[in-house]
Ligand binder design. Structure first.
Ligand code: HEC
Length: 176
């Protein structure tokens, strides 16, 4: 669902941008058929504050942490829940893992915003992107394993996710 919403937002942006450049374009025959008017993003045209950007990604991190916790409880056998529920969590976690890097625009580090984001995120952007990709890959593996009920692969993948959290935090999150 999140992907669909994101897609809709991207589509809306692309439509808006296309609309703008179209008015400057000298090729009226290139006019695309009118798309259904998408709901406007209330933040469009505004510049979110660094604190809002940090608070948003912290909210997502809490969702990531809680979803991962619920998955851990199931995969360790602490609770007995339907397989479909685990798959639902795995899907949610994978969606939350996507595009983390874009949540870190310049000017939102610790000291610039109410944030624990280390300046290393920007000085070692490639390392940060790799850490985000490791997380994304591990969540995809767990989701795929859960869908075929491969419990051993789920356990291994859960370990890999845990390591990806820690690996990223170690380098890129300042904890006091
Ligand atoms: C690619 C890097 C990366 C990965 C992967 C990652 N985190 Fe984070 N996490 C961060 C950064 C950076 C912050 C600090 C964000 C800020 O304060 O602006 C953070 C903050 C947090 C917070 C604190 C949120 C708050 O309210 O301040 C929690 C909890 C957390 N992460 C849990 C997790 C868990 C659990 C995982 C894995 C399932 C995970 N993170 C994966 C980078 C990552």
């Amino acid at each position: 669902v999140r992907r669909l919403v994101l897609f809709a937002a991207l589509f809306a942006t692309a439509t808006a941008l296309g609309g703008e450049s179209k008015s400057k374009s000298k090729a009226p025959e290139a006019t695309a058929p009118a798309a259904a008017t998408p709901a406007a993003n209330p933040a469009a045209g505004t510049t979110p504050t660094p604190d809002a950007i940090a608070a948003y990604r912290e909210a997502e991190m809490m969702a990531i942490a809680k979803t991962f916790k619920a998955m851990s409880m199931i995969s360790k056998g602490e609770v007995l829940r339907p397989q479909g529920e685990f798959i639902g969590h795995a899907e949610a976690l994978h969606n939350l893992s996507l595009d983390l890097v874009s949540q870190y625009p310049a000017g939102t580090a610790h000291g610039e915003a109410k944030s624990e984001a280390s300046p290393a995120i920007w000085t070692d952007a490639a390392g940060f992107a790799a850490a985000a990709t490791a997380f994304e890959t591990a969540t995809a593996q767990v989701l795929a394993a859960a869908k075929i009920s491969d419990n051993e692969a789920v356990k291994t993948g859960m370990g890999a996710i845990g390591q990806s959290c820690g690996g990223c935090h170690e380098k890129f999150r300042l904890e006091d």
